[in-house]
Design a protein. Structure first.
Length: 404
């Protein structure tokens, strides 16, 4: 008896594909046919058949809507709000307040500084002075001196200036290297010292021109390491140099701010004509030896010198000048005047030529009868008379090896 329902179900599923009006017509037709079929079956029904299930209501099936593919919706373009950069005011850049290194001032401090520098330079000297050796024969070659050797020589210059109480910040001037080096090579080729060299055989015009410029503007030395040549210049008391001690006075020029060195074989040159400093000694004179002084560099025969600013005294009367030198330990006194007897080594002259800085009084006490003229811990007092204003100063000798 379920057959009609099955058929009806199939038909119903088909009708669901039609419009709503078609469905209503089909439904009425199905009911009619069902009633007719029921009438034909009357009398045949069983008790069980008389209790029929109520007709199930077929639900209305709405037309399935055709879903259109939604248009893509672009996300709203929201203009991002600008994020304000925090306006942190930069802190002002403050220059470092590191104070320049204070140089020693008291005698004890100065002794320590001099001793430390003197020994450091001596001990730091390398066995080889060249990076590339020079050639004093054709074809001539300048060579290259080690930077550390040049620096040690410069350190000795600044140490000497410190002892004399002058600015000790002289630097190397590489622009003058070619001239100083050419001068040293030419001295090496000629095997002699001269500020006006002859032209060695087969030397090029440029090389010779540089050599002449270097030789005429430099201190020249022979027979020592480059750093030690500085102490030879400071001695400057040979018979050839004592009347002016020009090498010394060039190194102690208050105007010197730059220098450079040349080296070839046993010959060396030091550029000395720089005038880039504007310093002037407050006391109006420069002395050597001066203040606390290493006896290690004070030979019995070494001359003393005093370069004097003409603003202090023009020294126009040499005969009026005299020097009194007193050794404090035993009270021995030397009175020294220009152009007196020199048989015992005593010497005095006035050099009116300005080597580096102004004229100078140059003197040396008689020393030949002295067992030891200068000893560590000795103090000498110097008085110069015959000037518009007398000069007074002391020199205290010490041994660099004794300073702790």
């Amino acid at each position: 008896m379920a057959f009609p329902y099955v058929i009806a179900g199939l038909l119903l599923s088909t009708a669901s594909l039609h419009a709503q009006t078609d469905f209503e017509q089909w439904k009425a037709q199905q009911q009619k046919e069902f009633r007719e079929y029921s009438e034909r079956q009357k009398g045949k029904a069983t008790v069980a058949d008389t209790v029929r299930k109520p007709q199930e209501k077929v639900p209305d099936v709405p037309k399935t809507p055709v879903l259109k593919e939604p248009k893509p919706v672009a996300p709203p373009v929201t203009e991002p709000k600008p994020v304000a950069t925090p306006t942190v005011e930069p802190k002002p850049v403050v220059a470092p307040t590191t104070k320049p290194k204070r140089l020693p001032t008291g005698d004890a401090e100065r002794m320590q500084y001099i001793a430390r520098e003197y020994l450091r330079i001596k001990q730091a000297m390398p066995a080889e002075q060249f990076t590339q050796k020079s050639s004093p024969q054709h074809p001539y070659a300048l060579g290259v001196v080690k930077n550390e050797v040049l620096q040690l020589a410069l350190d000795n210059v600044n140490l000497a200036r410190f002892i004399a109480e002058l600015p000790n910040k002289v630097v190397l001037d590489e622009s003058q290297t070619i001239y100083a080096q050419a001068a040293a090579v030419t001295m090496d080729a000629l095997q002699g010292l001269t500020h006006s060299p002859e032209r060695p055989a087969n030397m090029s015009d440029d090389f010779y021109e540089n050599a002449c410029k270097g030789a005429s503007t430099s201190n020249l030395s022979m027979g020592s390491t480059l750093p030690n040549s500085v102490w030879r210049y400071m001695d400057d008391s040979s018979d050839r140099n004592i009347d002016r001690v020009g090498h010394r006075r060039w190194i102690l020029s208050p105007k010197m701010g730059k220098t450079v060195f040349g080296l070839s074989g046993r010959f060396s040159a030091m550029y000395t004509f720089d005038k880039s400093q504007t310093f002037a000694p407050e006391r109006g004179y420069i002395t050597w030896p001066n203040g606390v002084f290493p006896v290690n560099e004070m030979q019995d025969y070494m001359a003393w010198s005093i370069s004097i600013d003409p603003k202090m005294d023009e020294m126009d009367d040499d005969s009026a000048i005299s020097i009194e030198l007193v050794r404090v330990s035993d009270g021995k006194t030397w009175t020294i005047k220009p152009d007196e007897d020199r048989s015992d080594g005593q010497y005095c002259t006035i050099s009116h030529t300005s080597y580096g800085w102004y004229p100078a009084i140059i003197f040396r006490p008689s020393y030949m009868n002295e067992t030891t003229m200068y000893s560590k811990n000795d103090t000498f007092r110097v008085t110069v008379k015959g000037l518009s204003k007398p000069i007074h100063y002391e020199v205290k000798f010490f041994d660099v090896n004794d300073v702790k």
